[in-house]
Design a protein around this ligand. Structure first.
Ligand code: CA
Length: 231
């Protein structure tokens, strides 16, 4: 599950489509709210802090287009990403140009896999908009704006090179990076630096994390490199 309980509102009048979407989002770990008219969707938006909206273009009574405009005009709703769902042939320049204020659109019939990828991208971009720039793995969090690193409730003071190393590792937890890859990404143009230097700084990073962690967050792959992988 990747949804982490993000709240998704699905506004779609076709019952089978609504069920299919809700089911698949639910399986992914999202918290799904359903509406079969735009009016109902707007009511839900007043009561629940929604993270992303999937909005059908053709709705009875008020159209998806008009609903989208209202969402984007609302003080409390305008920053919620909206993905419009359109049937092939329905998509016109208004949707393509996204001048409805919609953040993205997807044409029916779509694959669920593609839709889920767009949902993840929408949620990620929304985080960027409000300026939250947080990377997390297990108990570890890295705030890229304030440069504060925490493990549980404890803050950890890292040197600039350890901070850079951790940032690379936390962006792809469990992926193993070779020492050369880390060297290239952290020290970029420094020709004099040897791969042993990577070991030294990983050693420092590990020591600082282990001082507060209840287990080792850094896995060493002998003769190759390192990953962020809690044993
Ligand atoms: Ca429809």
């Amino acid at each position: 599950m990747s949804g982490n309980g993000s709240k998704i509102l699905v506004i779609e009048d076709e019952p089978s489509q609504l069920e299919l979407l809700s089911y698949n989002l639910d399986v992914e770990g999202y918290d799904v709210y359903k509406a079969d008219t735009g009016e109902e969707g707007l009511l839900i938006l007043q009561e629940v802090e929604i993270d992303l909206i999937l909005l059908d273009w053709m709705l009875p009574k008020t159209s998806g287009l008009e609903i989208c405009r209202q969402i984007k005009r609302g003080k409390h709703t305008k920053s919620i990403p909206v993905i419009m769902l359109t049937a092939r042939g329905e998509e016109d320049d208004k949707v393509r140009g996204l001048d409805t204020g919609a953040n993205d659109y997807i044409v029916k019939p779509y694959s669920i896999k593609e839709l889920l990828a767009r949902v993840r991208a929408g949620l990620r971009s929304a985080k960027g908009i409000v300026g939250v720039n947080m990377l997390t793995y297990e108990q570890l969090t890295m705030d890229l704006t304030s440069h504060v690193v925490r493990l549980g409730s404890q803050s950890i003071h890292l040197g600039p090179l350890e901070f850079k190393l951790l940032r690379i590792l936390i962006e792809a937890p469990t992926r193993v990076f070779s020492r050369d890859q880390l060297l290239e990404r952290v020290w970029s143009n420094a020709l004099e630096v040897e791969t042993r230097t990577v070991d030294v700084h990983i050693g420092r990073l590990r020591k600082q994390l282990n001082a507060v962690a209840d287990g080792d967050y850094i896995r060493t792959v002998r003769g190759f490199g390192y990953s962020l992988d809690k044993a």
